[in-house]
Ligand binder design. Structure first.
Ligand SMILES: Cc1cc2nc3c(=O)[nH]c(=O)nc-3n(C[C@H](O)[C@H](O)[C@H](O)COP(=O)(O)OP(=O)(O)OC[C@H]3O[C@@H](n4cnc5c(N)ncnc54)[C@H](O)[C@@H]3O)c2cc1C
Length: 498
């Protein structure tokens, strides 16, 4: 008899579970509360402009890697891609600009022009990038393969002192004040980000493993949805799951908010972990480990506010990502910013009408502050969003002179917007309170309840809660991992292709 699987949520993990489930002979159905696929991997159109709330760095573009193979299986690759020439760029108010090029000759020249006194440190930086790229450390570290990890061990030992640093401590080694500021902000303008993550990005960019999928996040998600539907899968949109039905400690189905009940042999949740455990399962399947996972995350949330602008200005000559240092701190809502990070989509013509450009500015902010505003006074919340956009446009105008008169459309998205569309418990931030795991290896032990819950049979997590990683590839891979596990239980030989 064909076994059935219900999946809650059509994010990366949910759709990947659906695709591998269909390939392996299961009858799968995805219940999605939103009207479109992709979850966090989302973009939308406004007056001819595409606003992408997700992709900065898309890993797995290079044929031959295991991640490329998975995207291929999921119908996401091959597709039209754009090669980017830089990791990011930083500009100072007095007109200095550091572009962190993937081309190392060009990078070295840029840095030496900016600060000849930092020659030794600049050479070290280039050398570290080379070590990382030569051994394909990015691929080895994310694969979790013991063999690949062993092969990079000697190089890891040689650079271990550097790998332990964060961006701030690395930046402090430069003597030039602008470079000290700039280096600290090369990863999402976050000085606490790990340095080795920056090297992984460089290695990915240099080898063309990181590129930009033309059209942005929604087109990417739609290609995976297309593969799933072609395999006979079913997605039911506008179908919010309220409860997971349990009988004798076995998950047996779901109840939607409209009261309808649906049954299957296994239930997989791609939804927010806290909501699944505490609300859909009434907090009945928890031990100390799971309770700790459910503890709230820090209040300060990255990518908490996105300001999207459609501008009547050609951005094709601009870097893809630009951090603007501010001459003095700027207070927006309850937060003070010393820099702002922008994404400038001039490299992809499909993102704006001809000759025009799309800009995204992402700001960290306090979850509690925006939640209170949203729930206490909706008018004030809307006004605050408008003020944020005005402040951001003023800041941009200092760098892009005249841009404030070129703005044609504005959209502001907060953590509350994410919750409205995706039902999370801290905006998009669906991570358990535990250590990050950069590898994509299979989790067979489940000792730490990454993907199951204590005392509950037939139930699995996929997506960010299961992987503890905010990455498209890791979360799609979590869907593959769970179907492989279910196949193992059922004595089915797992297949990755129909
Ligand atoms: C701002 C931002 C930038 C990012 N940049 C990058 C990047 O550059 N590169 C990269 O690799 N990754 C990036 N990521 C991370 C990546 O997008 C996510 O890790 C990944 O998309 C999450 O997939 P997921 O499987 O956890 O599902 P999610 O995207 O979390 O989807 C879960 C789905 O479940 C649905 N759902 C929730 N509750 C219910 C319910 N009760 N009933 C029915 N459906 C429900 C939601 O609507 C949603 O569709 C970024 C993420 C964000 C937010």
């Amino acid at each position: 008899m064909v076994r059935s699987i219900i999946i809650v949520g059509a994010g990366m993990g949910g759709m990947a579970a659906g695709i591998y489930g269909q390939i392996n002979g299961y009858e799968t159905r995805i219940y999605e509360m939103h009207t479109k696929p992709g979850g966090q991997c989302v973009s939308w159109r406004r007056k001819g402009y595409t606003f992408d709330a997700c992709i900065h760095h898309f890993f797995g573009c290079k044929p031959g890697s295991s991640v490329y193979q998975m995207w291929h299986e999921l119908g996401a690759l091959p597709r039209e891609l754009v090669t980017l020439k830089e990791c990011t760029a930083v500009a100072s108010p007095d007109g200095k600009m550091f572009v962190d090029y993937y081309d190392l000759e060009r990078l070295k020249k840029t840095l030496l022009n900016l600060s000849p006194t930092d020659t030794k440190m600049i050479e070290k930086y280039i050398e570290l990038i080379k070590v990382f790229a030569k051994d394909k450390m990015d691929d080895a570290l994310s694969s979790g393969s013991l063999w690949k990890m062993l092969s990079i061990f000697p190089s890891m030992v040689s650079i271990r002192k550097w790998i332990k640093m964060n961006m701030r401590t690395f930046a402090e080694r430069f003597s030039d004040p602008f470079l000290r500021n700039a280096f600290a902000l090369l990863i999402y303008a976050n000085p606490d980000a790990p340095l080795f993550f920056h090297f992984m990005r460089h290695a990915g960019g240099m080898s063309d493993d990181i590129q930009w999928p033309v059209g942005g996040a929604a087109e990417f998600s739609k290609s995976i949805e297309k593969r799933y539907l072609a395999l006979g899968g079913k997605i039911l949109y506008s179908s919010r799951v309220e409860k997971i039905l349990v009988e004798n400690d076995r998950a047996v189905g779901i109840r939607l908010v409209d009261g309808s009940e649906h049954r299957a042999d296994s239930i997989i949740s791609n939804a927010d972990g806290r909501k699944t455990i505490l609300d859909m399962l009434d907090g009945k399947y928890m031990n100390e480990i799971v309770r700790n996972y459910c503890a709230p995350l820090q209040d300060e949330t990255p990518f908490a506010i996105d300001v999207f602008l459609g501008v009547n200005r050609d951005l094709s000559g601009e870097p893809s990502s630009l951090v603007l240092l501010l001459d003095q701190p700027v207070k927006i809502a309850d937060h003070t910013y010393e820099s702002i990070e922008t994404q400038l989509y001039g490299f992809d013509k499909s993102m704006a009408p001809a000759g025009k450009g799309t800009i995204k500015v992402e700001l960290p902010a306090s979850y509690a502050c925006w939640k209170k505003l949203y729930h206490d006074d909706r008018e004030k919340y809307k006004l605050q969003k408008q003020k944020v956009a005005e402040r951001v446009i003023e800041i941009l105008d200092n760098h892009f002179r005249g841009i404030k008169n070129q703005v044609e459309t504005i959209d502001v998205c907060t953590l509350m917007t994410w919750e409205r569309y995706m039902g999370g418990s801290q905006g998009w931030f669906n991570l358990p309170n535990r250590k990050l795991d950069f590898t994509m290896r299979e989790d067979r032990s489940d000792k730490k309840f990454k993907t199951t819950l204590p005392g509950l049979d037939n139930f699995y997590f996929v997506g960010a809660w299961a992987s503890a990683m905010g990455s498209l590839a890791h979360n799609a891979n979590s869907g593959k991992t769970i179907i492989r596990r279910i196949c193992g239980h059922d004595g089915v030989k797992f297949k990755a292709h129909p």
